[in-house]
Design a protein around this ligand. Structure first.
Ligand code: BF8
Ligand code: SF4
Length: 657
């Protein structure tokens, strides 16, 4: 039977075609031997719905669901008369709502924790970075001179609460937005009020018979998305830094080889640092360490995955086992003694795989129960009640390990944790911390521009392939890359997050990286930490020489293997902030429609950024670089770049002579 033929009614997976991650591939081969199914198998056997894929269907009321024809989009309307543009815009709006809600709910949780730590209700957490608390307060106009820390911090809490609850008026972090960008937002009516209000209103607008003009819906999408990026997500990042410490670069180990056969392996996967911080305490609890030893283990090995893993490896050096498409595969090692999860990107398929290898899968958050998983609820006033129990269950499983274990012996080391504060320090030094060297190097052409490459992995693409090829192409063309989310792990596994990777960069970027001692690819954090990229581009505008608004900068963004609604929200807030943002895999839209033209062209004409789409990494890179060059030209710094290139040619000529 030929490869990929139907076997017992299902297509057999062509493992080499679905991932470039060697550890994941090895585990997929083992899964096949063990008769275990993963999302890769399900994706191969589940063709994406061709109508839904183009966003050409609507189920917003029960006169439908209605299906339109993407090949002839204006030939039909829904039962209510909704056009293709209305239907696509409303579907897009629902994705923005869900994605923004995920980040803002997370951020509000962090803020609740901050308040209860301040008022003494919660004693198991503290304030690790009071200095940052003062700085954030000052950045939004709170008086900080000669005041008690508690008073400043409480004022900050009350002010930031408005990010979520404010009924009218601009959210607090609107004060951080570059003046000209804010002017555009005001003109366009997209300065957000509180996230609760924006998301509620957009849910209302996108229900049957309300907002039926794609431009008006898009405007509300921008507001809800900005309430995420400059609101909920930014609060999550800032408060996490205040509570748990601001990351600075550290060398960390990534890949499945971080699991240890002779230790109790515990994986934490999800998005909230509070659970993980408490896990760090629990795995160091002497009685639990002793219990692990009594069970025959050399120790307890705590490992992260996905976004909470990203927050923890830079704050505590906790190793990271892999990104979203490796979460089932890692269980196939048989070496995971417990997996604790909180919220977001937790595949329901984990239950079955965990069951096959007798790994306890433990949900911890009241928002996320999974049928068939064990629920041990996490409470911030007694965090260890939950995390100790995860350790106890893991030790129990270790003691009774009955399955053969196979751990891919692959470990990559990368340097991650480039917070905005650290980039500032790294470039300018401690006495003159600033972005001036970055701007100067962009103006003189050594660095062509900056690209954010972020987001998920998606089984509809070859895992990690687009991330890695795209980033290689960008740095080769002297584009400095900043990263968040699962993308960062793809590049860490490919070895590009080390200073040594500078040799893969173009001559200008290489020179800058070598001078500063930094990698050409800077991991800045989890998905909520895309807010760090917003702060960085703001700093570039404020430093001067690269235009007056974010839209003037030679920068671009991309989520080449995205899968989550959160990515759509992030994309929309980058676009609304002024960034050209290219998505890969698929885009829920029909080309040649008015809504498509609006997102992919008209928003830019109004002073914002715009969307782009391409699947092939080289096509994506070409689009991003062309945009960066267009912005350089508008700034009048394209000449500087040509001069640098000629210098290089001259040097080569001289060397050849
Ligand atoms: O928030 S990159 S798969 S883990 S959605 Fe999820 Fe996507 Fe990973 Fe984190 Ni972000
Ligand atoms: Fe159909 Fe209109 Fe109802 Fe959507 S809102 S399902 S297009 S009738």
């Amino acid at each position: 039977m030929a490869k990929n033929e139907i076997i017992s009614g299902k297509k057999e997976l062509d493992i080499n075609a679905v991932t470039t991650c060697d550890a994941t591939a090895q585990m997929l081969r083992k899964a096949r031997r063990d008769g275990v199914e993963t999302a890769f198998d399900r994706a191969a056997n589940m063709k994406a719905c061709p109508i839904g894929k183009d966003s050409a269907c609507c189920k917003h009321c029960f006169m439908g669901p209605c299906r339109l024809n993407a090949k002839d989009p204006y030939s039909k309307v829904g039962v209510c008369g909704a056009t293709i543009d209305t239907i696509m815009a409303r579907n897009f709006a629902r994705a923005v709502c869900a994605g923004s809600a995920a980040h803002t709910d997370h951020g509000m949780g962090m803020l609740d924790l901050f308040r209860d730590v301040l008022n003494g209700k919660i004693k198991d957490y503290g304030i690790k970075n009071p200095q940052k608390c003062i700085e954030v307060a000052a950045s939004i106009g709170i008086e900080t001179e000669d005041r008690e820390f508690y008073d400043v911090a409480m004022d900050l809490y009350h002010e930031l609460e408005r990010t979520y609850t404010q009924v009218d008026g601009e959210i607090p972090f609107a004060k951080r937005v570059p003046a000209k960008t804010l002017e555009t937002w005001r003109k366009e009516g997209i300065v957000p009020r509180g996230a609760m209000r924006e998301i509620m209103e957009l849910m209302h607008r996108s229900t049957m018979g309300v907002d039926q003009h794609y431009e008006n819906i898009t405007q509300a999408c921008s507001r809800a998305a900005l309430a995420d990026g400059w609101g909920g997500s930014m609060v999550a990042t800032e408060i996490s830094d205040i509570l748990f410490g601001t990351p600075s670069p550290v060398a960390v180990e990534v890949n499945m080889g971080v699991l240890k056969e002779d230790q109790v392996n515990i994986i934490i996967h999800g998005h909230e640092p509070n659970l993980f911080e408490s896990m760090v305490e629990s795995v160091n609890e002497p009685t639990l360490v002793q219990a692990a030893k009594d069970a025959g283990a050399k120790g307890i090995n705590l490992v992260g995955m996905c976004c909470s893993g990203l927050e923890m490896f830079v704050r505590h050096g906790v190793p990271h086992a892999g990104n979203f498409m490796s979460t089932e595969a890692v269980l196939v090692t048989g070496a995971v003694d417990a997996m604790g999860v909180d919220v977001q990107c937790i595949k329901q398929g984990l239950v079955k795989v965990a069951d096959c290898y007798k790994t306890p899968l433990i949900t911890t958050n009241p928002r996320c129960h999974i049928e068939g998983a064990t629920h041990v609820e996490f409470h911030e006033h007694d965090p260890k009640g939950c995390t100790d129990e995860i350790v106890i269950q893991a030790i129990g499983r270790f003691k009774n390990r009955s399955m053969p274990i196979e751990i891919p012996q692959i470990v990559n080391t990368g340097v991650h944790g480039f917070s905005h504060e650290y980039i500032n320090y790294m470039l300018g030094g401690s006495f003159r911390a600033s972005y001036t060297p970055l701007n100067d190097n962009i103006i003189n052409g050594r660095i062509r521009g900056v690209a954010g490459v972020v987001g998920c992995t998606n089984p509809r693409m070859k895992q990690d392939y687009v991330h890695v090829e795209l980033v290689k192409e960008l740095i080769k063309n002297d584009v400095l890359v900043v990263q968040t989310g699962c993308s960062q792990i793809a590049l860490a596994k490919a070895g590009l997050t080390t200073p040594e990777a500078a040799h893969l960069a173009g001559p200008g970027l290489k020179e800058v990286c070598e001078t500063v001692g930094m990698p050409p690819v800077l991991g800045v954090g989890a998905c909520v930490d895309n807010s760090r990229i917003l702060i960085a581009v703001t700093e570039m505008v404020k430093t001067g020489g690269l235009g007056d608004s974010i839209a003037d900068l030679p920068v671009a963004g991309c989520a080449p293997e995205f899968m989550s609604e959160k990515a759509i929200a992030i994309g929309q807030y980058f676009v609304a902030s002024g960034v050209y943002t290219v998505f890969g895999v698929t885009f829920p839209i029909v080309e040649g429609t008015k809504f498509h033209k609006h997102l992919f062209q008209e928003l830019e004409e109004r002073g914002m950024g715009k969307w782009g789409f391409a699947v092939d990494p080289h096509d994506i890179a070409a689009k991003m670089i062309a945009h960066i060059d267009k912005k350089r030209k508008a700034l009048g710094i394209d000449k500087a770049r040509e001069r640098v290139l000629m210098d290089m040619a001259d040097r080569r000529d001289m060397e050849a002579a």
